[in-house]
Ligand binder design. Structure first.
Ligand code: CA2
Length: 147
């Protein structure tokens, strides 16, 4: 069975607790449950992980090789800073869909650049929590499954 990793980065464990006007009112456990249920409904396995630590995210991306077929990645603020995550994605050669809840291009200029974008198959941003299922559809479509 196709297996997808949904990986969330720093501060996304705070989802639904603060700044709901930007990130919505859904908590991270609820987002993760939604992703797993979406996988069950559509015939693939979804595993979820989150870390606030750059090195831990690198380790999780490395471990995804051979375990998962692709990654939906919301790298949080590391999106805009992390060459290490960029290199980790290159190192695994797994397809990655970059995801952001907010429209990073409509926000501060420091959020406009992404180190993930050049090594992702594509990016979804600005659609809130719905972006997670949009990203799963995009990844599964890329992997040759249901579009
Ligand atoms: O829009 C997104 O999904 C972001 O990846 C979220 C990051 C931000 O640094 C990126 O530029 C865009 C921040 C995640 C922080 O999440 C919080 C959620 C609730 C309360 C506080 C922070």
């Amino acid at each position: 069975m196709t297996s997808v990793l949904v990986l969330n980065g720093p501060n996304l464990n705070l989802l639904g607790t603060r700044q709901p006007e930007i990130y919505g009112a859904t908590t991270l456990p609820q987002v993760e449950e939604l992703c797993r249920e979406y996988g069950v409904k559509n015939g693939y396995d979804v595993t979820c992980a989150q870390s606030n630590h750059e090195g831990a995210l690198v380790d999780i991306i490395h471990a995804a090789k051979g375990t998962h077929d692709g990654i939906v990645l919301n790298a949080g603020a590391y999106t805009h800073t992390s060459i290490a995550l960029h290199d980790a994605i290159l190192g695994t050669e797994l397809p990655v869909v970059e995801l952001h809840l907010s429209n990073i291009h409509a926000r501060e200029t420091f959020r406009h650049h992404s180190y993930i974008a050049p090594v992702a198959i594509g990016m979804i941003c600005g659609f809130g929590v719905a972006g997670y299922t949009l990203a799963l559809d995009a990844l599964i479509g890329h992997l040759g499954g249901r579009t």
